[in-house]
Design a protein around this ligand. Structure first.
Ligand SMILES: C[S@@+](CC[C@H](N)C(=O)[O-])C[C@H]1O[C@@H](n2cnc3c(N)ncnc32)[C@H](O)[C@@H]1O
Length: 396
């Protein structure tokens, strides 16, 4: 174990300023703040570097793991200074250690979660890293740590790396939950409580989200008058659209891209409903046509698609601000980073920052998700947090 790692075990005495000074000195001497236990072990074994980079147990992990349960406020401030210094010297917020945990995961697990200064500091570091990364990369690659997988807007896929668009002549290969082209060509199947991809059982939509859809619908009609014109992007199981119909809006636009879902909508009579307008195709195509025409504006827009990424949402913001009425509301199914609480908290803030750039404000309602969804029917779970942040986005 290196001196740095040893210091961060907090075993050399009471937690006071001495630790802060010693930590600064070690980092100033050139030990990287990202120096992992795995690297230290490799060096001790006389190797140049670690052979297996499956885990990165960083100094920050060691510090968090070493926090005493009885940490008092004064000690907390000392540790916060140490965390600040580690970040200042380049520590990463999202490395995964030998137990596949990030420092934020460990803080949550140890009870230092929401509202705790250390946890909030890690979240802040995550937000800064994401925003900086986006500035550095022309291409948006959200939270680009290769092992921290969280960026999909809905559904069970978790790989944050953007997959290049395929040429139409080429065979379309890839993951249904990752790549739209692949998803839109896959066969879907409606089961009693879910919409899944037939072959690999990706959960496109599941009925455990019903309460979330009910809440989202009530947001859509919060300020809308009797002549409400609303838009839902992504029909799925039609849960939110059924709630919307109960409100009898003047016009209810539904944008849907998948042929199997459109077929289902036809069979279920959605095309015959007098106030429903079905926009067939991807929102990227159908909404820009409405935007160009310039004669339809919405009281509310709800977005819940599948196999899209946060970069798609960033594009959508451009469209939303052009289509929404000045007092309209935009909301979406918030599964951003929801396979880890810390990522979910990072994305929560990133959305706030991003919509502020459009003069919009995002307010969240937090609801507890009492029951664990039954994931047996699908390939992988796409929501692992026990609370849900419901976003309401309006012009300030
Ligand atoms: C999660 S489901 C929506 C569930 C819906 N909120 C409900 O209450 O049942 C996602 C839907 O979005 C559709 N979709 C995916 N990408 C799309 C896109 N780019 N444009 C329009 N629809 C899309 C999918 O085919 C799928 O029907």
């Amino acid at each position: 174990m290196s001196n740095l790692h040893e210091l961060l075990t907090l075993e050399s005495g009471p937690i006071n300023e001495t630790y802060v000074e010693k930590l600064k000195a070690l980092l100033q001497s050139g030990i990287p703040a990202t120096y992992t236990l795995e690297q230290a072990a490799a060096h001790e074994a006389g190797k140049d570097d670690v052979e297996d980079v499956a885990s990165n147990t960083t100094p920050l992990h060691i510090l968090v793991r070493s926090l005493p349960n009885s940490l008092n406020a004064e000690e907390g401030q000392i540790v916060l200074k140490m965390v600040d210094i580690l970040f200042e010297y380049g520590a990463g917020w999202n490395f995964l250690d030998y137990e596949n945990k990030s420092p934020g995961d460990l803080l949550c697990e140890r009870g230092f979660s929401n509202g705790n200064v250390l946890y909030e500091r890690v979240v802040e570091a995550g937000v800064s890293a994401e925003l900086l990364l986006r500035k550095l990369n022309d291409d948006i690659e959200f939270i680009e740590d290769e092992e921290l997988e969280s960026e999909v807007v809905e559904g069970e896929s978790t790989d944050p790396v953007e997959v290049p668009q395929t040429n139409q002549q080429e065979e379309v290969v890839g993951d249904t939950a990752e790549t739209q082209d692949v998803y839109l060509k896959a066969d879907l199947e409606y089961t009693s409580n879910a919409l899944v991809t037939k072959e690999n059982k990706d959960g496109v939509m599941m009925d455990w989200e019903t309460d979330i859809m009910r809440l989202a619908c009530s947001t859509m009609f919060k300020n809308a008058g009797i002549d409400a014109v609303v838009l839902n992007i992504g029909f799925g199981m039609g849960i939110i659209d059924t709630f919307i119909q109960e409100r009898k809006p003047t016009k209810h636009y539904i944008c849907e891209a998948h042929p199997d879902v459109l077929k289902h909508m036809r069979e279920e009579g959605w095309y015959e409903k007098p106030n429903v307008v079905v926009l067939e195709g991807r929102w990227q195509d159908t909404l820009s046509a409405i935007l160009d025409e310039g004669n339809v504006f919405f009281d509310a827009i709800y977005y819940d698609t599948f196999s899209e990424h946060y970069s798609d949402m960033l594009d959508l913001y451009d469209t939303v601000v052009g289509l929404i009425k000045p007092d309209g509301v935009f909301s979406f199914f918030n599964g951003l980073g929801a396979d880890r609480q810390v990522c979910y908290d990072v994305y929560k803030r990133v959305v706030e920052v991003d919509v502020q750039n459009y003069g919009m404000n995002c307010e969240y309602t937090t609801i507890n998700l009492p029951e664990n969804p039954n994931w047996e029917e699908v390939r992988r779970s796409y929501f692992s947090c026990d609370r849900y942040y419901h976003p309401e986005i309006r012009f300030m």
